[in-house]
Design a protein around this ligand. Structure first.
Ligand code: AQP
Length: 344
């Protein structure tokens, strides 16, 4: 493998209700990686339309996710922030990768099985092909690191398989065209910390999700302090006091989830949180969790609301980001066309 320039890529779907899971699993990592890497953060609107969207709401959501990125501390001047549909190379590379990936690989994707449910014959082809577009999103920038929540692990593994198969299928051309023995890096997932899979506040066995019909299942980035307090107070728990050690969280999914959220918000480990709160009851712990969550999230919600009033600014950020992303993506596509054998 040649030495690839370290580069971070990740995306968030503009499908409404950005929540604490998106924040802890992805956005906080995006912010931290800016210190050490060149980063590209994308509002993945092409992914959003794999399920039906209301066009006016989709536009609003694209701007809202962009505002969340900026409000959380992503620097769109030093790094790149844009929406996917403005850079057509994502879809173009996805087609080539459609022809590299194998049908059997996609059939194994658990997210598709969950999302399609029993109505498999009626979901869009796009929902099935989604992981290939995700591979193209990453590989069109030849990104080396991808911060994501635990739920995206399988898709990342698929992206690595696709990159590897492309490198093997076109090995001779890749060498002949002077790219060394591999054109695409095998992108590494960055899935770390105590909250890589934040669970629903109503059911500790289900992922906190945008599409859960109950708003009490999640804390939205736009929730005000009272709403956050109410949701945490009503969050499901069990009758036992909090354990003193992490092992005691086994088989207690709701307790484990709240401790994980606390740890991630405070930048501590679960063990440290239990040192402070283990042995105590949930009501004391929940009060501290409310204070912490309000302190961390409400400034972001307020900054998002302010940014939302300046649509022209948000659109200008996306346009500028897309122009810079396009330069990098076009370079990759040119090379891919030469490797595959297209005349250009
Ligand atoms: N509950 C979660 N815990 C930790 N990380 C999470 N992520 C999502 N939910 C959690 C991470 O957030 C990033 C952006 O996710 P996405 O917007 O691309 O889509 P998603 O995973 O489909 O989000 P939802 O909320 O789960 O939507 P629905 O309800 O449509 O299924 C990703 O890095 C993801 O891992």
């Amino acid at each position: 493998m040649p030495e690839f320039q370290p580069r971070v890529f990740s995306g968030v779907q503009p499908t409404g209700n950005l929540h604490l899971g998106n924040y802890l699993g992805a956005i906080t990592k995006f912010v931290a990686l800016q210190e050490t890497h060149d980063c590209i953060y994308c509002v993945v609107d092409l992914h959003a339309i794999t399920v039906p969207q209301n066009p006016a709401e989709l536009k609003a959501s694209i701007r809202e996710v962009t505002a969340a990125f900026l409000a959380a501390g992503i620097d769109a001047k030093k790094h790149i922030v844009f929406n996917q549909s403005q850079v057509s190379e994502h879809a173009e590379l996805a087609w080539v990768l459609n022809c590299v990936a194998r049908l059997g690989w996609l059939t194994r994707m658990t997210q598709f099985k969950e999302k399609a449910g029993k109505d498999r014959e009626n979901v869009s082809v796009g929902l099935y092909a989604y992981p290939i577009l995700m591979a193209a999103d990453i590989l069109v920038y030849r990104a080396t690191h991808v911060p994501v929540g635990e739920d995206q692990k399988q898709h990342l593994e698929l992206a690595r398989d696709i990159a590897q198969k492309f490198n093997l299928d076109f090995g001779e051309e890749i060498v002949a065209l002077g790219h060394g023995d591999a054109f695409f890096p095998l992108p590494e997932p960055l899935i770390q910390g105590p909250a890589t899979r934040v669970m629903s506040l109503r059911d500790g066995t289900k992922k906190m999700s945008k599409s859960d019909p109950s708003d009490y299942s999640r804390i939205n980035l736009s929730d005000d302090a009272d709403t956050i307090a109410q949701k945490i107070r009503k969050a499901k728990t069990d009758p036992e006091p909090l354990p003193r050690e992490v092992e005691g969280l086994a088989k207690r999914p709701e307790a484990e989830n709240l401790v994980g959220i606390f740890a991630a918000l405070e930048g501590r480990s679960k063990a440290e949180v239990l040192e402070a709160y283990g042995g105590g009851n949930f009501s004391t712990f929940k009060s501290a969790l409310i204070d912490l969550t309000v302190a961390k999230l409400t400034p972001i919600g307020e900054a998002m609301a302010k940014l939302a009033q300046d649509q022209a600014h948000i659109d200008a950020v996306l346009e500028d980001g897309a122009a810079r992303a396009r330069v990098l993506a076009a370079e990759t596509m040119k090379a891919v066309k030469d490797i595959v054998g297209f005349v250009r």
